[in-house]
Design a protein around this ligand. Sequence first.
Ligand SMILES: NC(=O)c1ccc[n+]([C@@H]2O[C@H](COP(=O)([O-])OP(=O)(O)OC[C@H]3O[C@@H](n4cnc5c(N)ncnc54)[C@H](O)[C@@H]3O)[C@@H](O)[C@H]2O)c1
Length: 261
Amino acid sequence: MRGKTVIVSGGGSNIGYGISLAFAEEAVNLVIGDIDEAQARKVARKAQALGAQALAVKCDARENDQVSAMVKKALDEFKEVDVLVNVVGGASDYGLPFTEKPRESWRSDLDLNIISFLNCTRAVLDHMIERKRGSVVSIASEAQKHGEPGLSIYNGAKAAIIAMTRTLAREYGEHGIRFNVIAPGIILPTSDEEMGELNGWRSGLGLSLRGSDFEATMVARCAIKRLGRPGDIGKAAVFLASECAGYITGQTLSVTGGMIG
Ligand SMILES: NC(=O)c1ccc[n+]([C@@H]2O[C@H](COP(=O)([O-])OP(=O)(O)OC[C@H]3O[C@@H](n4cnc5c(N)ncnc54)[C@H](O)[C@@H]3O)[C@@H](O)[C@H]2O)c1
């Protein structure tokens, strides 16, 4: 993938961190868009040390103006965009059953997961259609497949990303553009390095989950007896974005260590 231009939206922490650095190892031109500018800059420096050209851009993916500005910066700097990776997403009321979720969180979770995906995908498509090539990889979640309790809105949003990806793959396949999804299982950061100061994993769960009962329960559900690491998703994203996956589109790849419901 040397010399290709890759935008990772939400490329600063945890899964985004793993994806950014996996592409950096391929010596790409990397644009790390993230609401946490300090962390995006930190990852850009690491990416440069690995041989990539890297640009950090402060961008709230829910805001279309900011997304357009990020894509413009990518084009100004690197002239083209070959790959978009949509990482931004999350659940605000993890664990609460539907009737206990505050109504405000319905819209905020849909915005974070779906509107971010739509803004970023729409922002690169005209350019990709014009060039007749491109690849979009989006991060959903294995939780939607099992109907994981406590994640009703989030699971619906991730299922929507999978459904839209299938349709986009059929609409734009003739333009040389592929769309795929990765459905991660449980992916925990392994060090503070992989999280920005503001990141939810740092303040709430994150490293404290390592060695906990939660980890043991989750590992028991996996065929490969460990939880996922950010780099596991990074490698899968590079594969789906690359020509190695040139005949794969509209698909969802589970990267879960063989997790079952
Ligand atoms: N971690 C897991 O176990 C897991 C499992 C399945 C799916 N996922 C999905 O993978 C993706 C990444 O998860 P994570 O745990 O690494 O998340 P995370 O909370 O670490 O956030 C990822 C990055 O997105 C950035 N970000 C947050 N809001 C943003 C916004 N509005 N605009 C731009 N950037 C923003 C954060 O600063 C961070 O760098 C999400 O879509 C999540 O739903 C995660």
